[in-house]
Design a protein around this ligand. Structure first.
Ligand code: IMP
Ligand code: MG
Length: 169
């Protein structure tokens, strides 16, 4: 397999600083529940939350839809929230928006729990792949239709620990 360097650590740091500033300005001193979508978002979320000035609580969910590079078409909530999000501002942190199926399913699920607001922050976005209308509120970078790994993103559970983003050639 051939991996090509795509997004450097320097660019990643710039993205996190920009998003953190934007989120801090939007929420100011309002309490915010950050929902980290396991497993891919952990690296990005760890960087991002340290750039957010607003008071933050963290929770984790596990949603799975992928095996290899192709969507299986089914989405599964295999770890649910532990915090109560009723009347709370919620920011979902996702590694990448692809078909949009995962986030649109999850957003609908969150809405049934009566949060005050729900926004989505995704490190990467592949708008050309969308199958359902879904837009992220905060996007690190829009990319072309490449399969990417590193910075938390995997190919069959591997390569999550690579510090930058590579694409598969
Ligand atoms: P969606 O439901 O198609 O938007 O799928 C989003 C999920 O698919 C992401 O959270 C990733 O786990 C996975 N995914 C989509 N594209 C890539 C990629 O290029 N590399 C690694 N995982 C990806
Ligand atoms: Mg994921």
């Amino acid at each position: 397999m051939n991996f090509v360097p795509y997004i450097s650590k320097t660019e990643i740091d710039e993205i996190c600083a920009r998003l953190g500033k934007q989120i801090s300005e939007d929420y100011k001193s309002t309490n915010l529940i950050v929902i980290v979508v396991l497993k891919g978002s952990i690296v990005f979320a760890a960087d991002l939350i340290r750039k957010i000035q607003s008071p933050v609580q963290i929770d984790f969910v596990r949603l799975s839809s992928y095996s290899g590079t192709k969507s299986t078409g089914s989405i599964n909530l295999s770890k649910d929230l532990s915090l109560d999000i009723k009347d709370q501002h919620v920011l979902v942190v996702e590694d990448i928006l692809d078909t949009g199926l995962t986030m649109s399913y999850f957003k609908q699920h969150l809405m049934t729990l009566s949060p005050r607001s729900v926004k989505i922050c995704a490190f990467l976005d592949k708008p050309s792949r969308r199958q359902v209308p879904l837009e992220g509120d905060y996007i690190g970078k829009q990319i072309e239709d490449h399969f990417v790994v590193g910075y938390g993103l995997d190919y069959n559970e591997k390569y999550r620990n690579i510090p930058e983003i590579l694409y598969l050639k």
